[in-house]
Design a binder for this molecule. Structure first.
Ligand code: BV8
Ligand code: ZN
Length: 253
């Protein structure tokens, strides 16, 4: 589906978004799909096809096979570097400019929201463009392209790893606290391109519901949120979000 196929956006939703003071958006891998970055479920191709994401994105997998995990992230980082933000990312930049209070909470580690121009971005699961030491946690800004894979920390000799949150690892506490707070206080909560499975991020739309927010899901497929959302816009982020923002804020075209 693309923007040539307009979807029906209820007038009630358009008015809610236009008049909302506090808007929160949660994004998942689906918003980056149209930038050519495979969603988390689809990322298991080629060399890694025989693994489930949960089997590779863990500290245990890294300790068991550091080269395999490092190479997977190197491949994904290159895909992210080569990718460009799409119309869905850009629509959220427009929305941030028009909503009085706006917070974008993302599960994605590809950095595309910041590259699109989004300013208030909460990265729940880190950022694949940053690299840190598995042992001392210090960030590594560059490393010798030594034959050793993964490269080593100049401070303590530990293995370098991507600065992302793996399964079984705690999220950056300030990030999750802020995400929970703003989700519970917002008037409109958009959940875009996420399978709504991985905790604790998946609880955010339900926190918004309990806070009385108008919860909207944007996804071509159904998720555990679909039956609870007030509005379900069935389609891709790159086609739905520009239409939604343009209808709510016509001047933002
Ligand atoms: C923690 C970074 C605890 C790394 C990621 C059993 C039950 C419940 C929970 C658990 C459990 N067992 C374990 C847990 C906890 C676990 C968890 O939730 N597991 C899942 C598998 C059940 N969670 C954790 O481990 C978290 N930590 O709980 O710590 C703790 C407490 C104290 C002390 C120690 C520990 C950490 C979770 C973070 C993991 N890291 N990413 C990396 O990227 O490599 S998760 C990763 O997968 C993503 O970041 C994202 O969050 C998640 C799911 O991916 P999605 O973004 O949703 O993408 P997905 O592919 O799944 O779906 C794409 C969606 O887009 C689909 O719906 C599709 O329809 C849609 N789509 C497709 N195209 C489009 C589109 N939408 C719009 N437009 C399109 N064009
Ligand atoms: Zn170190």
């Amino acid at each position: 589906m693309n923007s040539a196929h307009p979807i029906t956006i209820p007038g009630k939703l358009v008015r809610r978004l236009r008049t909302a003071q506090r808007v929160v958006v949660l994004t998942g891998a689906g918003i980056s799909a149209e930038s050519g970055i495979p969603t988390f479920r689809d990322a298991m191709t080629g060399l890694w096809a025989r693994f489930r994401p949960e089997e590779l994105a863990t500290p245990e997998a890294f300790q068991r096979n550091p080269k395999l995990v490092w190479d997977w992230y190197t491949w994904r980082r290159k895909r992210a570097e080569e990718a460009e933000p799409n119309a869905g990312h850009r629509a959220l930049v427009d929305l941030e400019a028009r909503a009085p209070e706006f917070v974008l909470v993302t599960q994605n580690v590809d950095g595309l929201h910041a590259r699109a121009g989004s300013r208030r971005v909460v990265e729940l699961h880190g950022n694949i463009m940053r690299t840190k030491c598995f042992d001392c946690d210090r960030l590594a800004h560059d490393w010798q392209q030594s034959e050793e894979v993964p490269p080593r920390c100049v401070h303590c000799g530990g293995m370098l790893r991507p600065d992302v949150v793996w399964f079984g690892e705690v999220l950056p506490d300030h990030a999750m606290e802020e995400a929970m707070r703003v989700a519970g206080q917002c008037e409109v909560f958009l959940s875009v391109g996420t399978s709504t499975v991985v905790e604790p991020a998946a609880s955010l739309p339900f926190t918004a519901l309990r806070g009385g927010a108008c919860v909207v899901e944007v996804n071509p497929n159904a998720t555990p949120l679909t039956l609870c959302a007030e509005f379900v816009l069935t389609g891709s982020a790159a086609s739905v979000l520009p239409q939604l923002v343009a209808m709510a804020f016509p001047a933002a075209k």
